[in-house]
Ligand binder design. Sequence first.
Ligand SMILES: Nc1ncnc2c1ncn2[C@@H]1O[C@H](COP(=O)(O)OP(=O)(O)O)[C@@H](O)[C@H]1O
Ligand SMILES: [Mg+2]
Length: 328
Amino acid sequence: MTASSAPGRARVAILTDETGWHTTRLRRALARRGLDGRCADLEDCRFDTSRPGTGIVIPGFGRELPMAAIVRGVAGGSLEQITKRLGILHALRELGVPVYNDARAIERSVDKSMTSFLLHRAGIASPPAWALESEAQARRLVMAETAAGRCLVLKPLFGSQGKGLQQVGLVDGTPVPLPDLAPYGGLAYLQRFVPQPEGPGCPGFDWRVLVIGGRAVAAMKRMSAHWVRNVAQGARCLPAALTPPVAALAEAASAALGMDYAGVDLVPDASVPGGAQVLEVNGVAAWRGLQSVCDFDIAQAMVDDLLRRRLGHDVATAAVAGVTACAG
Ligand SMILES: Nc1ncnc2c1ncn2[C@@H]1O[C@H](COP(=O)(O)OP(=O)(O)O)[C@@H](O)[C@H]1O
Ligand SMILES: [Mg+2]
């Protein structure tokens, strides 16, 4: 059975391990377009090839398929559990169900080393990065960077919300060696640090840019005295002008990873053309912080993009009409 032959077409799956603010916004945006958004936890989705049919079961959909799926959260788990959860997303695509973002795009963005590789390959400004399994090699790299007066950021390969980041190399004039890699799964993902001009009364910032359907639609500055400027780490969200170079970088990054929508993190860097470098691309991006400084409904813009671009629906573009006000 394919999505097009499935009855119950008016139902969209919101795949999430957490219902709350984001799922409420998505369900409301879907309802405005006459669609029923149903939340299902990927943990509870299963393969079942014992009967004729799709071979997968999405709770709440019986033996039917959703007309589309929006991926809102993929909970952490064992390698086997994550493989199955992503497998469900791959299976939905194979069955003809548009998945927003597609499993392949999510995989590319969740793996920070693959993100760095794809950005590099596309010629997009991004700090040099390394992914090394050999602790000896990683130590040699950190020593060489220290000698060259540079600082690196050690990140969990699948990290998010600024958790587990550490500076190594020459940190504020002090050499800092590589820590034990066991908490990092035995992998050194290292990215060269991009310093920000900051000081008392002048906290540094980075940008979060939201790209929907290939277009940068909103931006905010995340401001903090700490160098890790995630909202989850206490950074303050401020409205930001979406300047053409930053918008172009974010759009190129989203395209390089094949994203339907993406939250792109950039740091200002006056030494590169465009004045910014892309740090990472989020394929399951939260948007509550950004929504607080934006005057159009982000969930509606996402839903309308899904309907228009992936499902061929004729939807008016009202949702992003306020984008100029937000970007200014
Ligand atoms: N190479 C870097 N140079 C400067 N700041 C960085 C660098 N890497 C990370 N940061 C800071 O840490 C934050 C979190 O890093 P990021 O790579 O986005 O990981 P996460 O997935 O945890 O959000 C960034 O938004 C930025 O403020
Ligand atoms: Mg980030």
